[in-house]
Design a protein around this ligand. Structure first.
Ligand SMILES: NC(=O)c1ccc[n+]([C@@H]2O[C@H](COP(=O)([O-])OP(=O)(O)OC[C@H]3O[C@@H](n4cnc5c(N)ncnc54)[C@H](O)[C@@H]3O)[C@@H](O)[C@H]2O)c1
Ligand SMILES: O=c1ccn([C@@H]2O[C@H](COP(=O)(O)OP(=O)(O)O[C@H]3O[C@H](CO)[C@@H](O)[C@H](O)[C@H]3O)[C@@H](O)[C@H]2O)c(=O)[nH]1
Length: 422
């Protein structure tokens, strides 16, 4: 199959590379020519383990262009993978989705023959059959499901393990309402050995939000219980190991700490809350999930102040800036509110991350950045562990005050050590 990918960011780059690997031809499209230049030379525009190798290996079946028209003409299906950030009130900002739909629609006007448009971006339920369908039909003068295909195929990959997640998914969700679009997606995923759920398009969209909201809820729940366990001197991880053995519960996503960051959970939970509020169903659980998540990183600073009551002029080291290990992504990283709080307290912040210092430096140009984790540990008065990078497990923390937000137990050896909720 010939596939175009509109939006060559985290999801677009990974999805496109995986579609090529399973035998398709892929045209990557983006409004940012720099990302496409990288793709053309087999380099990923984002850091994701294994992605460069996959792109290089299949370069003969990859092309890249800023011209959406060319991409639509040359392919059978277009996957929309543009960003869906938050508006100030937390609701979903559909500006990129609308612009992309408008452009695709304009190009469909000229195209003869069937073309399927697939929504891979995370959009609130009703978006694809609502505003996206309207924009496509207005701009093309054609009718969805009759003259062109329209479907939803939400993505469940995690950054840092994206390739494994895409090649070995727990399930594939296909939101399809016309037989031809359904056939396109079923053919594309024919070789995948996992449950494939075919639903109405708004159901597929909702499955994505509810999955993320539930996982975020597990984390905030673990953090709330973790905060209590800490006051009782109990090891939270041990408690959740026992809880997770119940097959109805399962052990995943119970790691307590400084909360969830990243480009998805925070914005998707906010968007679902906004949708629920707009529908007149105020969501009490989800509102608490966000509230717990906002408090959790600040608990790290509170704990630090238990040992160092006055942070003015103190050199505080931040180990980990990415929102999780194995990514360079700092979107909604918990290191951001922690840095802001430390600066408010007058601390002198020194940070280190193996991959994310450049982007963090654009956000916080005024703090210092260490050349290595070892250098940082040597010069600071206290270390805050904010991302559980593997290399932080083997550092020598002897004699240091260490406040751990991500449970790096080896940091407890030879130091004054406190875990945020253990
Ligand atoms: N990052 C993840 O782990 C992940 C996982 C699953 C789902 N999602 C969802 O996938 C979507 C994309 O997320 P992302 O993290 O890849 O975003 P991103 O910001 O990394 O990438 C989006 C890309 O789209 C490009 N773009 C914007 N408008 C365009 C247009 N009109 N035409 C062509 N390109 C355009 C941007 O330049 C950018 O390169 C979001 O809805 C997100 O919620 C993300
Ligand atoms: O037990 C846990 C698990 C995760 N986290 C934090 O939660 C955030 C998100 O982690 P993770 O889910 O591993 O990464 P993402 O790449 O954000 O992936 C989530 O968001 C994607 C975008 O929607 C979805 O596709 C994935 O299924 C979903 O896991 C990170 O800050 C983690 O540190 C915890 O605090 N405790």
């Amino acid at each position: 199959m010939k596939i175009s990918i509109l939006g060559t960011g985290y999801v677009g780059a990974v999805t496109g590379a995986c579609f090529v690997e399973i035998g398709n031809d892929v045209v990557f499209v983006d409004i940012d020519p720099a990302k496409l230049d990288m793709i053309r030379t087999g380099r990923s525009p984002i850091f994701e383990p294994g992605l460069d190798e996959l792109l290089k290996k299949n370069l003969d079946r990859i092309s890249a262009t800023t011209d959406t028209g060319e991409a639509i003409r040359e392919t059978d299906a277009t996957f929309i993978c543009v960003g869906t950030p938050s508006n100030l009130d937390g609701s979903i900002d559909l500006q990129y989705i609308e612009a992309a739909s408008q452009t695709i629609g304009g190009e469909l006007r000229e195209k003869e023959g069937w073309h399927t448009v697939v929504m891979k971006s995370t959009v609130v339920s009703g978006t694809t059959t609502g505003i996206v369908r309207r924009r496509l039909e207005e701009a093309s003068g054609k009718e969805a499901f009759r003259d062109f295909g329209l479907a939803s195929n939400p993505e469940f990959l995690k950054e840092g393990s994206a390739l494994t997640d895409v090649f070995s998914p727990d399930r594939i969700v296909i939101g399809a309402e016309d037989p031809r679009s359904r056939k396109v997606l079923e053919t594309l995923y024919a070789t995948f050995d996992c449950p494939k759920l075919v639903t109405a398009i708004p159901v597929a969209e909702m499955i994505k939000y509810v999955s993320n909201a539930f996982l975020a809820t597990k984390i905030s729940f673990a953090n709330e219980i973790g905060n209590l366990c800490k006051t009782m001197g109990l090891d939270t991880a041990e408690v959740f190991a026992g809880v997770g053995l119940d097959a109805r519960i399962n052990p995943a996503f119970f790691r307590s700490g400084i909360g969830f960051g990243g480009s998805c959970f925070p914005k998707d939970v906010r968007a679902l809350i906004a949708q629920a509020l707009a529908a007149g169903v105020p969501p009490k659980i989800l509102t608490s999930v966000v509230a717990v998540n906002e408090d959790q990183p600040l608990r790290l600073v509170t704990l630090l102040k238990k040992h160092l009551p006055d942070l003015k002029g103190k050199r505080i080291g931040l180990l980990g800036l990415a929102f999780k290990p194995d990514t360079d992504d700092i979107r909604e990283s918990r290191a951001i509110p922690i840095t802001e709080e430390l600066l408010k307290e007058g601390a002198s912040v020194i940070a280190y991350d193996p991959l994310a210092m450049e982007s963090f430096g654009r956000l916080f140009p005024g703090i210092s950045y260490a050349a290595s984790a070892e250098d940082l540990v040597q010069v600071v008065d206290a270390v805050l562990l904010t991302t559980e990078w593997k290399e932080f497990e083997t550092l020598d923390y002897t004699g240091k005050l260490v406040i751990d937000g991500r449970r790096v137990p080896k940091a407890a050896v030879g130091s004054i050590y406190e875990g945020v909720c253990w």
